[in-house]
Design a protein around this ligand. Structure first.
Ligand code: SAM
Length: 289
């Protein structure tokens, strides 16, 4: 029979038995709503041939459903005190593996190679909100062999995905997500589906990763350095923000590049479209070579 791990009383029992306490610092807000868990799984379109990476399994409410659907699930959990809990809750599955550690320090390319040979790989998670953006950036920028990401994020992050140049919601993550994927918000979620309740509303987003990025750019790493500089210092002109980067181009050369492209050097980077970032990156790259 199915364990209904997500029932609040079950979670409380498990926690009491293991002497586990929620860590606010680690962004521990566990799902207590079976419909949301099903919706995340269904929108992940997991087949029995797929591999799944789960980030932050917690006590395993989502993990349990993933293990029923996928060929293999590898979950990465930072909190050592959850290791015995999740191992116990997943004991009926032989397609489950737990890695204890910080997802930002895990070599995911190697993990995919070692654990998911011959499988399509998806990332599914209810993300810890204090590091949502760095996690998504890592998943995208490392050009991992994954075809889909379905994650719960704070609504504010979902809003960033659908924003455009000049808007306050437009950020480096907007550019990265649009460059690498076709992104959608699946469903907006009230804070009542979590225990304990976070202070923000949430949303489930799905990113279908492009086989080839949407735009041609010679040097992606350079482009994202430029993008991050532009958004890291939003109030600065593109000339000052990008000009202070240590990439080997002087401010004078940068001014020439911008003027040559018909881009006003006093514009703020946050007004740039993805195409403009790509064009600027390519011209700067040519100067550097
Ligand atoms: N998946 C569970 C659920 O839906 O109930 C828990 C989700 S909870 C929002 C986020 C989980 O990520 C927590 O279990 C937390 O301990 C874990 N976590 C926090 N920081 C992490 C990190 N840097 N690497 C891996 N896991 C992390």
């Amino acid at each position: 029979a199915d364990k209904k791990l997500y029932s609040p009383n079950t979670i409380k029992d498990i926690m009491a038995r293991h002497g586990f306490k929620f860590s606010k610092k680690l962004g521990q807000n566990f799902l207590i709503d079976g419909n949301i868990i099903s919706s995340i799984c269904e929108n992940s379109e997991i087949s029995e041939l797929d591999g799944v990476i789960e980030i932050g399994p917690g006590i395993g409410v989502l993990t349990y459903e993933l293990c029923k659907r996928a060929k293999k699930v590898v979950a990465i959990e930072l909190d050592k005190s959850l290791v015995p809990v999740i191992e116990e809750n997943m004991e009926e599955f032989d397609n489950f593996k737990l890695i204890q550690g910080d997802v930002l320090n895990v070599d995911l390319e190697k993990l995919i190679e070692d654990e998911f040979s011959g499988m399509n790989v998806k990332v599914v998670a209810n993300l810890p909100y204090y590091i949502t953006t760095p996690i998504i950036m890592k998943l995208l920028e490392e050009r991992l062999k994954i075809d889909k990401i379905v994650v719960m994020v704070q609504k504010e992050v979902a809003d960033r995905l659908s924003s455009g140049p000049g808007s306050k919601d437009y950020g480096a993550i907007t550019v990265a997500v649009r460059y690498y994927s076709d992104a959608h918000t699946i469903v907006k979620v009230p804070n009542t589906v979590f225990m304990p309740r976070p202070n923000v509303d949430s949303a489930v987003i799905a990113l279908d990763i492009y086989k080839e990025p949407r735009i041609n750019v010679a040097d992606e790493k350079l482009m994202f350095k430029i993008v991050k500089a532009a958004f890291g210092q939003r109030r600065k002109t593109v000339l000052n923000a990008v000009g202070s980067l240590d990439i080997g181009i002087s401010k004078e050369e940068l001014r020439e590049v911008l003027e040559g492209e018909g881009i006003d050097p006093v514009r703020r980077g946050e007004t740039f479209s993805i195409e403009e970032f790509a064009r600027l990156s390519d011209r700067i790259g040519e100067k550097l070579s």
